[in-house]
Design a protein around this ligand. Structure first.
Ligand SMILES: Cc1cc2nc3c(=O)[nH]c(=O)nc-3n(C[C@H](O)[C@H](O)[C@H](O)COP(=O)(O)O)c2cc1C
Length: 335
């Protein structure tokens, strides 16, 4: 699949996720095989007002390329100026968010709100294209609701505009995250438009990745599945290449990844903020660990890195000791 100079066969993309797809998480996912990264979305209005927090969201590290900066907004002049700012920040391409379902964004016509007015949608995308010489891509949903699914018109429209790729979260805006992403739209979109298509929504396993490619998409984008298992990219690539599933990383490996991610996040956001915002990641790193409830309860109470690391090490030592005792017991019981 090609986006400007970027040419990757069946790219596995890390989804833009507010407060999740930051430097530390992007680094982990890149190491685990994500081919294309996206920043969390940045408000065009805040960018052009030079709001520090928003400018920080679009700062990129040199080892993150290829990476897109994602913008949202619906005022053409602001989107045009924000596109120039994103180019200046070093993005490889610019992604326009036309899919955010959150009320305060969608109801004022930004994000998925653009799905209710395709002329406006087109004029916002055109404005971004005027503001940059970089490739422009779009991420959206199927439509506003089940009675107004417009994705086929959107795909044709964006192809005519010269948009380089389209990511579709295969739900409507009204669905939010309910129900299932409907991947049956993938071949329908491919049938009406030659625009490179990145499928998104509920892709949680290497087999899901394979299924989406079998339906005809050109790339896949993974969000919550990557929070749950950052190694999904490596495992999916292995599965695509060999047809074989890798075993889940063992507890020691996941703990090591967890501790490094946590430390990076604390360094990036400041210790307390980093630790608090890290809480959503424990479930993934610790999944299928034994006696987890007690451990998670403890971890949720800490606001500094050192006691968390100490607690994780203690847990690992206990687990390893118990496993060793069990193995030993099994050996002794065998003839
Ligand atoms: C915590 C969180 C934050 C998100 N922030 C963004 C965002 O900034 N921009 C965007 O386009 N989508 C955002 N999304 C939506 C995801 O990119 C993705 O489209 C959605 O989660 C469906 O994919 P999944 O089933 O793989 O998670 C966010 C999702 C989550 C869970």
């Amino acid at each position: 699949m090609r986006i400007g100079n970027i040419d990757i066969h069946q790219p596995l993309c890390l989804a833009p996720m507010e407060d999740v797809s930051d430097h530390p998480f992007r680094r982990i996912c890149k190491e685990q095989g994500a081919d294309l990264l996206y920043t969390e979305f940045a408000s065009c209005e805040a960018l052009i007002r030079n709001v520090r927090k928003m400018r920080e969201k679009i700062e990129l590290n040199e080892n993150e390329h290829p990476i897109a900066i994602q913008l949202y907004g619906s005022a053409e002049a602001s989107m045009e100026r924000a596109a120039a700012i994103a180019q200046e920040a070093g993005a490889d391409f610019i992604d326009v968010n036309c899919g955010c379902w959150v009320k305060k964004i969608a109801n004022r016509g930004d994000g998925a709100g653009l799905l209710r007015d395709l002329d406006k949608f087109a004029s916002v995308v055109r404005a971004v294209m005027r503001g940059t010489t970089l490739p422009v891509t779009v991420k959206t949903r199927l439509g506003w609701d089940a009675d107004s699914i417009v994705i086929l018109d959107v795909a044709r429209m964006l192809e005519d505009l010269g948009v380089h790729a389209l990511t579709v979260h295969c739900r409507t805006r009204v669905q939010g995250y309910t129900g299932h992403a409907d991947w049956s739209w993938i071949p329908k979109i491919k049938a009406v438009s030659a625009i490179p298509l990145i499928a998104n929504g509920d892709i949680k396993s290497p087999q899901d990745v394979r299924d989406c490619f079998d339906l005809g998409c050109d790339g896949v984008m993974i969000g919550r599945g990557a929070i749950h298992s950052p190694w999904i990219f490596r495992h999916a690539r292995h599965y695509l290449d060999t047809g074989k599933l890798l075993p889940e990383p063992d507890l020691a490996e996941r703990m090591a990844m967890c501790i490094r991610h946590l430390s990076d996040q604390a360094a990036y956001r400041g210790e307390r903020r980093g630790v608090l915002s890290f809480r959503r990641h424990y479930a993934g790193y610790l999944k299928s660990a034994r006696n987890i409830a007690h451990l998670r309860r403890d971890l949720m109470q800490f606001e500094a890195v050192a006691p968390i690391v100490e607690r994780l090490h203690r847990y690992l030592e206990t687990e390893e000791a118990e496993n060793a005792a069990e193995t030993c017991g099994t050996d002794m019981a065998s003839p």
